[in-house]
Design a protein around this ligand. Sequence first.
Ligand code: SF4
Ligand code: SF4
Length: 285
Amino acid sequence: MTLSILYRGVLSGCNYDCPYCPFAKRKDTRATLATDAQQVARFVQFVKQQTNIEFKLFFTPWGEALIRRYYQQALVELSHCSNVQKIAIQTNLSCATGWLQKALKEKIALWCTYHPGQVSREAFLNKCSELDAMGVTYSVGIVGFKETIPEIETMRTLLPKERYLWVNALKKQADYYDNNERERLIAVDPYVPYNMVHHESEGKACRTGHTVISVDGEGNIYRCHFIKEKLGNIYQHDLNTILKPRACTNATCGCHIGYVHMDHLNLYEVYNGRELERVVAATRH
Ligand code: SF4
Ligand code: SF4
């Protein structure tokens, strides 16, 4: 069996101060970090022991995890597990990158978000170059505020052509973008229209709860990050008794980490095995 797990522990602190983020400059207590480290270590052990499962793993922390050594070590350790196909993580890419040398780099994938205002363009691009030099796969993304569009376009011209640059669209306000802004964003990210809508999802097939699950630090299983009905616990229950095809029970789904798993959108064809880290092959963008 192949299973994708989106892991989100208790860590929520971040070294950045993005005005749009509830976790900006939040500092985790030492006790929270100790709990998080212990829970991540337990999760790593669990993965190692499930030799009958092929894992695709994705850390989706609330805050910034890669500035913590225990996340770096977890990624390195998991990359060397024969039953782990891939280990991805969302990051602001502010961490040093030397630790990646110890990982089996072809299994690591980084979802890197560039936050203009928090880091200089040059510093971010330098980090990207370090990843390129090491042969680590990554995508780059930017939050698509109207006023950020020129910076998004500039970043597109400066990143290597083969590097997919995605945009997270603002969609709280209907018609936030005018036609021109929409077209400019599509010119950068041809798949941004998928991110500009809340997909109607209720009753529709979604792979979460079957081949994709969300797990918290205590091991509690949810089908996805957006539906808080507990399905069981990875440390207590047999996954075979839990995993099955299910229709979505939410009205809509508006985040890539959710809607990418809906059957009818056929986005697995676009991402071709890299749907977790949001990487699109150069020939498609
Ligand atoms: S880098 Fe991410 S987690 Fe940190 S403040 Fe910005 S949006 Fe929030
Ligand atoms: S469509 Fe979105 S909200 Fe619904 S089950 Fe899938 S990931 Fe969860």
